[in-house]
Design a protein around this ligand. Structure first.
Ligand code: ADP
Ligand code: MG
Length: 717
């Protein structure tokens, strides 16, 4: 069977009208559909009683607790709106610690007892539900007490309608808590961390003569993904079971030619992207850019930034839409961090900033001396936070998929450092060394200049090797994995920056209290903080050997694997910061630590068993059959060459199978030791099997090789 020839048939089967929902109507202008499936503020204003709407929007703007008496009104309006949109069911949507989205559907209709049914949906049902979710990971939180967790409406993230060819569903964003009030999800800590940062930043802004009612953190994620023909997907049990290929020789054509990056987008793919964007627009998710990525068959999509909570919910939804729509085009969207060995993996750039409720971006340098001072203050806080909590930041992005990318010269290294850009780094160095004429009255922190030189807004990827880069008016945390929820990394960023802001604000309050001008008060604070934290600032090539040596000299953490990183989730510094700010208590942190270790173990175990099974039941038979063919064709030399490779193969398969044996897993030594065993023993055993398998792929007759090859999967669109 030549799959290449067969493939042209699959690609040709796709037509613009082939999707299950029919072709999107591309004649309707985007502004007519934007947000049409969202229970947005506009809809709320139209449909809620005036009083209710007013109360609701003021509580939300202030980030206060909701008056539950409003719920019945909101529920009624929401139900009517949803029924008009064709919804028959509603679901509380939540984000358990698996990092995925979960939902339980309930019908609006309840039988009346007279043979009819009535649509009902009360405030109580809006506010709270008890999903039968006892099998979501909790890290022991629920088991200790009682197996009860409930979902609670998050009114700060708008409800929306998800359409299906056969009906529609009202989705209500919710938080997932244990009955003791402990967070079982990614949303609650994110919301708590946003509150924490808002308090700290508002306090600091007072010192810059600004009264604000709220500061929001913002997020704009750039999402990378692969698109492959679904036929190949179904022929690869490894992709189906693990999301990545466990076998596959490097194709003769990789991305050496760089002909894919920003190249023209193939028609089927573009049609797919347009439909995704249309669906996202209807859900009120504004898409900003799309383009080809570095690797063949790899693409990127980025929305316009939003506040962290809504942005993070929208990111979950985007991943879901990317995957759902792909199937309408005979494609599969792979979100795994490393679907193909030897080919660039996928990440997610987490653009992050802080902004006031009036829209002022606190990481925008501005053009007046006053704005500049404020910018430097907040920027210093970020540097201090990232340096102090390097390990925690690294832990917040740890996953098995990430272990393939970080430090593999395609993604940032596993060492956390900050790229400030030449101009800003020079400026901080000058402030630190107390450079030029401090006495000039109009001098800017003693630099002899009243305003910052304009900092170039980041164009393109200027330093792609840095995990954490200042890009003109925001920081870009570039080390996230493509399949990850934004929840934890943003929770960490918000919390540690809140802590640093408070630390610096207290110093500034003291200096100002001594009667100094803002400039004079700020200078020594920035000097001290930068001197103590500049070890984390690095503008060079993060991929280079020299940097690894230099980082070690500086004492920066280098945590290459998930088991190396996760313990920082429960380190003393983490526990202190997270409990001081009420983001996660020690138990909640431990729960996450245990859940993430368990997930790591489970996922590696699935990979190892899938690898062993494919090797033994698909690849080994192919090799043996081909050997028999060679012998029958009187090619003893070729047959004996293959015979040697086959014996090697049997040996490494047996080693992997033995590494997989339960009794070798050291389970009794606790999850960390178990995770280390998976990393140190099982993972290399899989690698050894793959190494021989990939050599076999190059010599076994193509018509006998049971798995589609990289050259087919990646290059046929
Ligand atoms: P690049 O590829 O150059 O990094 P893109 O334009 O692809 O940049 O993406 C930049 C992302 O940063 C977008 O999602 C954008 O909305 C987001 N962004 C811009 N300003 C902010 C901000 N203040 N806070 C958070 N994200 C932001
Ligand atoms: Mg970027």
């Amino acid at each position: 069977m030549s799959r290449i020839r067969q493939q042209n048939v699959f690609a040709a089967q796709w037509t613009p009208n082939g999707g299950a929902l029919g072709a999107p109507d591309l004649t309707v202008a985007d502004n007519q559909i934007f947000g049409e499936n969202v229970f947005s503020e506009v809809v709320q204003r139209q449909r809620l009683p005036k009083e209710v709407y007013k109360k609701l929007s003021t509580t939300l703007a202030k980030g206060e607790a909701l008056d539950t008496s409003l719920a019945d009104s909101v529920a009624l309006a929401m139900k009517e709106w949803a029924l008009e949109k064709g919804a028959t069911h509603y679901a509380h949507v939540f984000q358990p610690l698996t990092g995925l989205t979960a939902e339980k559907h309930d019908s609006f209709y309840a039988p009346t007892g007279e043979g009819t049914a009535l649509a009902s949906f009360s405030g109580k049902e809006l506010i709270q539900a008890e999903p039968d979710a006892s099998s979501f990971p909790t890290g022991g939180i629920r088991a200790t007490f009682e197996a009860r967790g409930y979902t609670a409406w998050d009114p700060t993230s708008p409800a929306f309608i998800l359409e299906n060819p056969n009906g529609a569903l009202l989705c209500i964003p919710t938080a997932f808590v244990s009955w003791t009030g402990e967070a079982l999800d990614h949303k609650i800590p994110l919301l708590r961390s946003m509150d924490a940062l808002s308090k700290s930043a508002s306090r600091a802004l007072k010192l810059f003569d600004k009264e604000v009612s709220r500061v929001f953190t913002t997020v704009g994620p750039e999402q990378e993904y692969f698109l492959i023909d679904e036929q190949y997907y179904f022929e690869r049990p490894d992709l189906i079971n693990t999301g990545r290929t466990l076998f596959g020789a490097k194709p003769p054509k990789g991305h050496e030619l760089d002909d894919h990056y920003f190249g023209s987008i193939p028609e089927r793919v573009l049609a797919y992207m347009l439909e995704c964007e249309r669906e996202l627009a209807r859900l009120g998710i504004p898409i900003k850019t799309r383009h080809n990525e570095v690797a063949p068959a790899q693409y990127e999509i980025a929305p316009i930034f939003e506040n962290s909570n809504v942005g993070s919910d929208h990111q979950q939804l985007t991943m879901q839409i990317l995957q759902n729509v792909a199937r309408r085009y005979g494609l599969v969207c792979l979100l795994h961090e490393k679907p193909f060995a030897g080919v660039n993996g996928s990440g997610k750039h987490n653009n992050w900033s802080m902004g006031t409720d009036e829209g002022e971006n606190l990481l925008d340098p501005g053009d007046t001396p006053h704005e500049n001072l404020q910018f430097l203050f907040f920027c210093t806080a970020v540097i201090q936070a990232v340096n102090k909590h390097q390990g925690l930041l690294r832990a917040s992005i740890a996953s098995p998929g990430q272990d393939h990318r970080l430090g593999a010269n395609e993604a940032p290294p596993a060492i956390i450092s900050i790229f400030l850009g030449d101009e800003l780094e020079k400026l901080f160095n000058a402030i630190e060394s107390g450079a030029a004429g401090q006495s000039t009255p109009e001098s800017f922190l003693g630099l002899g200049t009243p305003v910052l030189p304009p900092l170039p807004l980041h164009g393109g990827d200027r330093n792609r090797t840095s995990p954490f880069a200042f890009t003109g008016n925001k920081f870009e945390f570039r080390a996230l994995g493509s399949s990850m929820s934004l929840g934890l990394p943003n929770t960490v960023l918000n919390t540690i920056v809140a802590e640093a802001i408070d630390y610096l604000a207290e110093e500034l309050e003291n200096e100002l209290g001594a009667g100094k001008s803002l400039e004079d008060a700020l200078r020594p604070i920035i000097q001290r903080s930068y001197a103590a934290n500049k070890q984390v600032v690095f503008g060079g090539d993060g991929y280079s050997e020299e940097w690894h040596a230099e980082a070690a000299r500086r004492g920066l953490l280098n945590l290459p694997s998930t088991p190396d990183a996760l313990p920082y989730l429960i380190s003393e510094d983490t526990v202190t910061a997270f409990s001081n700010y009420g983001v996660l208590n020690e138990r909640e942190l431990h729960a996450r630590y245990e859940v993430f270790l368990e997930q790591y173990i489970t996922r590696l175990n699935i990979e190892a068993e899938t690898a062993a099974s494919i090797a033994r039941t698909m690849l080994l038979p192919a090799a043996v059959r081909y050997k028999a063919e060679l012998l029958a064709a009187e090619e003893p030399e070729l047959a004996s060459e293959l015979g040697e490779l086959t014996s090697d193969f049997i040996e490494v398969i047996r080693a992997l199978e033995s590494a997989n044996l339960k009794e070798n897993h050291a389970e009794d030594d606790g999850p960390l030791v178990h995770a280390q065993y998976m990393h140190d023993t099982v993972f290399p055993a899989m690698g050894a099997v793959r190494e021989v398998a990939d050599r076999l792929e190059r010599v076994v007759a193509d018509d006998l090789w049971p798995l589609p090859k990289y050259s087919e999967i990646l290059f046929i669109k």
